[in-house]
Write a protein that binds this ligand. Structure first.
Ligand SMILES: NC(=O)c1ccc[n+]([C@@H]2O[C@H](COP(=O)([O-])OP(=O)(O)OC[C@H]3O[C@@H](n4cnc5c(N)ncnc54)[C@H](OP(=O)(O)O)[C@@H]3O)[C@@H](O)[C@H]2O)c1
Length: 296
């Protein structure tokens, strides 16, 4: 089958489609014929060589996908065969950007989502749910609110009853308003523009001193991206897709919200697997709001 991988560290051009053996579902797992899969922004740092500690070469990319179940492992109900689902690969396996993927956590694909939306959903939902569970409610600042994780975090926080302020580039402000967040720009003066916040969810990085001042306490800030977190006494919440972390189930509430029309997965751009280099290039520059997705 075709799968996206890189065999060496370097620029986006090192990512390519390889012919690899099809995976098979182990106990408690399903295999899907992938219709769409999420581009993982964090994998640009794995590809560049910045996080060699997390990589074994060759490295197959992607940890969330949506598709049709075509194989079930021992212990999985036979009624799952043929189901349309979205979900996540095992923590240390990845390989979702492919023709077939083995999932360890999955849920029924909401009919209101396209395949592209479902393909980019599971990782962002897992990440946003995990971090929101670690923060107090009230008024939340989502820093980097127009990204793949940020757009989902905004919607899930609002569904929990929070008031949400989101930082984004000015061109994404109307989009953030459409999600129900009050937008503001990045950069100088942020601590003057944003006040009275109970918690900060950092999806963008590079601003921890300001974010701590805004929250009033480093314990009220969680980052998923800023490596300076330990120096500032801020919790870095690690992806369930990183080896050693406990994978978390996709949140059932998210499926319900989707069916109620309260949770969309904005898609910034779609690419076929054969254009993985272009997907990496787009991720590394400013892009439309939402998630980059591979569509088979
Ligand atoms: N630890 C975890 O569990 C976990 C899980 C998933 C992702 N992550 C990490 O979290 C970060 C966000 O993920 P994502 O999927 O939301 O990524 P993404 O879709 O690329 O979004 C990143 C957002 O950051 C904003 N941004 C602010 N400053 C930026 C800059 N200097 N350059 C580029 N963008 C900038 C952009 O907003 P504007 O376009 O409005 O400027 C963009 O929408 C990534 O670093 C990713 O690796 C961590």
């Amino acid at each position: 089958m075709k799968a996206v991988q890189f065999d060496q560290y370097g620029p986006p051009s090192v990512v390519h489609v390889a012919d690899v053996a099809e995976p098979h579902a182990g106990p408690g797992e399903i295999r899907i014929s992938v219709r769409a899969s999420g581009f993982s922004a964090g994998e640009t740092a794995l590809r560049s060589g910045a996080r060699k500690d997390l990589v074994t070469l060759p490295f197959r990319t992607g940890y969330d996908a949506a598709g049709v179940v075509d194989e079930i492992g021992e212990g999985v109900d036979a009624s799952e065969l043929g189901a349309r689902v979205f979900g996540m690969t095992a923590a240390n396996r990845r390989g979702a950007n492919a023709e077939y993927a083995v999932l360890v956590h999955w849920a029924a694909k909401p009919a209101v989502w396209s395949w592209a939306e479902a393909g980019g959903a599971a990782g962002a939902i897992e990440t946003a749910t995990r971090v929101l569970d670690q923060l107090p409610g009230g008024t939340i600042l989502v820093h980097g609110a127009a990204g793949g994780v940020g757009t989902v975090a905004v919607q899930l926080a609002i569904a929990r009853g929070a008031t949400v302020i989101g930082t984004a580039s000015a061109r994404n402000h109307d989009f953030l308003r459409s999600l129900g967040a009050e937008p503001t720009t990045y950069g100088p003066g942020l601590t003057d523009r944003v006040r009275g916040v109970d918690a900060v969810f950092d999806c963008a990085g590079g601003a921890l001193p300001d974010l701590i001042e805004i929250a009033g306490d480093p314990a009220r800030v969680v980052t998923i991206t800023d490596p300076a977190a330990p120096r500032h006494g801020v919790h870095f919440s690690h992806s369930a897709a990183i080896p050693g972390a406990d994978p978390l189930a996709v949140h059932g509430l998210a499926v319900k919200l989707a069916e109620e029309g309260r949770l969309g997965i904005p898609v910034a751009a779609t690419f076929p697997l054969s254009e993985a280099t272009a997907a990496h290039e787009l991720s590394e520059r400013s892009h439309a709001p939402g998630k980059i997705v591979y569509v088979n």
